[in-house]
Design a binder for this molecule. Structure first.
Ligand SMILES: CC(C)(COP(=O)(O)OP(=O)(O)OC[C@H]1O[C@@H](n2cnc3c(N)ncnc32)[C@H](O)[C@@H]1OP(=O)(O)O)[C@@H](O)C(=O)NCCC(=O)NCCS
Length: 323
């Protein structure tokens, strides 16, 4: 008998305010056509003034709990993937824990930028397999709008705010790749590329800072590394792109998503795409896409799913799971 971390519930939350590409045309030298053609993005949600990452995460967490039919104290742990925690510390996960009224267990943040949800999911799986926790909520939540330089057309049109959450529970499996739950993961980082995508603020500067990106270089790394990591994770359990029902990729750029699917020889009909409506919501993008994909009726129980993401660090990775 093998223990598996099986998805028991999922939910998401998007802030009310939607910013269409056209809004940028008024104040920047850009166009709806350029943004759509180069990134696939048409609109993004932006948090209201005073609405924090932990607020978004709490809304997504409540939706996931309702979906699973669970109470907050049924959870043993909350792992929140974010690069935009409300404060430098404590972890935004502890704020979510308090907001939910959860009085037991533990909560902490994972910071691997856009790959954060994949890293958090792999960690949650490890905790369940080692017996440290039976039920873990994994959240991705971000307010990247707070990190934008709104005068920089090469970055500010690309990002958005949002949150998604899923609940994993320990269940018995057979130990084969037909089991439901997390089957494999592959995590990587290479700090030599840290200057390609970073925020020029933090404790060392005494400012929050703004996101800075060398888009063309990040694009090149993404196209190469995402298919590699997805294949590496699939290989670990004897599966290939042909076995995949859905790629649920990090939603940064439609051209990266398409190129990765091509390299994996998976047709676009089997890729969950939300980037047109959400923009790049960093660590929130995969749980948002999983939740929307489930709500659309795309993702069904038993489906084999590959998630893959890359972001600042560079950090990248993939998780293979059966829904
Ligand atoms: C950012 C990105 C969309 C730019 O697309 P691109 O095709 O690589 O475009 P380039 O960077 O080569 O820029 C082409 C031109 O468009 C211009 N441009 C940049 N942003 C623009 C905008 N919003 N509107 C109009 N023109 C823009 C550039 O200034 C450049 O002009 P130049 O040739 O006169 O210098 C693309 O590089 C990308 O998606 N990179 C990966 C980003 C990403 O996913 N990051 C997150 C990973 S988690």
């Amino acid at each position: 008998m093998t223990i598996r971390a099986v998805v028991k519930g999922i939910g998401h939350y998007l802030p009310e305010r939607i910013v269409e590409n056209a809004e940028f045309e008024a104040r920047l030298d850009t166009s709806d056509e350029w943004i759509k053609a180069r990134s696939g993005i048409e609109r993004r949600h932006v948090a209201a003034e005073g609405q924090t990452t932990s607020d978004l995460a709490t809304r997504a967490a409540l939706a996931a709990l309702a979906d699973a039919g669970m109470q907050p104290d049924d959870l043993d742990a909350i792992i929140l993937a974010t690069s935009t925690a409300d404060l430098t510390f404590p972890a935004a996960a502890t704020m979510v824990q308090a907001n939910l009224g959860m009085t037991r267990g533990f909560a902490f943040d994972v910071q691997a930028v856009c790959a954060g949800f994949v890293f958090a999911l792999a960690n949650a799986n490890g905790m369940i397999l080692s017996g440290q926790a039976k039920r873990v909520m994994v959240i991705g939540a971000e307010t990247f709008s707070r990190l934008m330089d709104w005068t920089d057309r090469s970055t500010c049109v690309l990002f958005g705010d949002g949150a998604g959450a899923l609940i994993l529970q320990a269940e018995d499996g057979s130990g084969t790749n037909t089991d439901r739950g997390v089957l494999a993961s592959d995590l990587n980082s290479d700090g030599r590329h840290r200057d390609l995508l970073y925020v020029d603020g933090g404790v060392s500067t005494g400012t929050t800072g703004h996101l800075r990106m060398q888009g063309r270089d990040v694009f090149r790394h993404a196209v190469e590394k995402l298919a590699q990591t997805a294949h590496a994770a699939l290989d670990k359990v004897g599966l290939t792109g042909g076995d995949v029902n859905w790629i649920v990729p990090h939603q940064a750029n439609l051209r990266i998503i398409t190129a990765t699917a091509q390299r994996m020889q998976v047709p676009m009909e089997r890729v969950v795409v939300t980037v047109q409506d959400h923009g790049n919501t960093s660590a929130a993008s995969i749980p948002l896409a999983l939740s929307v994909g489930r709500d659309r009726g795309q993702i069904k129980p038993g489906d084999l799913i590959v998630t893959e993401a890359i972001g600042g660090g560079l950090a990248w990775g993939a998780v293979v799971l059966r829904w």
